[in-house]
Design a protein around this ligand. Structure first.
Ligand SMILES: [Zn+2]
Length: 189
């Protein structure tokens, strides 16, 4: 008898690839049928200063589940690429975002998320992967726009988001035990 590998275990590994470098993940890949209502970047955001550096703020009210703008930038065909701003958009592709959406900070209780859409290109047969910032709840003018970075334990850094549920680390919740084990091994509390 040939020993069988646990298929669930293999599947889990496929869904959660090991991240060697820092990448924002946790986006939804959305069907083209569910495409956003507006494609153009909304000018109703501004870059401002926060206690952790630059951040992005709403200049108007956004209802829940609204496209705030398209996150433009360079698509890099290297799943191991990493930077402080880059976003894993699936298919082994990483987006290095441009301003202003490059400056969306992390929160443990975010008011936005980024969603990935495969949209048809005008006058072309192939589809193009595009990334949009979407509000998760109603956002008032002047509020800072935030997403959850979902960083791996290897990329985790201290979190200063000050939300009630903040656990003090920017890390994917599924990576919490791994992070604690790493810290215990290093002898830090
Ligand atoms: Zn936090």
């Amino acid at each position: 008898m040939v020993p069988m590998r646990d298929p669930d275990d293999q599947d889990r590994k496929r869904r959660q690839p090991k991240m060697r470098r820092r990448q924002r993940t946790g986006s939804r890949i959305v069907d083209a049928d569910e495409r956003p209502q507006r494609y153009a970047r909304d000018k109703s955001v501004r870059i401002g200063m926060t206690r952790v550096g630059k951040g992005l703020f709403a200049r108007r009210r956004y209802p829940a589940q609204t496209v705030i703008g398209e996150i433009k930038g360079e698509i890099i065909d290297d799943p191991h690429y990493g930077s402080d701003y880059c976003m894993n958009v699936g298919n082994g592709q990483i987006l290095e975002p441009e301003a202003p959406f490059r400056y969306v900070n992390h929160s443990c209780e975010p008011n936005c998320e980024f969603d990935v859409f495969d949209l048809p290109e005008p006058r072309k047969l192939n589809r193009h992967r595009r990334v949009f910032l979407i509000s998760l709840r109603e956002i008032k003018p002047g509020e800072e726009l935030t997403i959850h970075y979902h960083w791996s334990a290897a990329s985790a850094i201290g979190c200063r988001c000050q939300s009630p549920s903040c656990r003090g680390w920017i890390v994917d919740p599924t990576q919490w035990d791994t992070l604690m084990a790493r810290l215990a091994a290093k002898g830090t509390p």
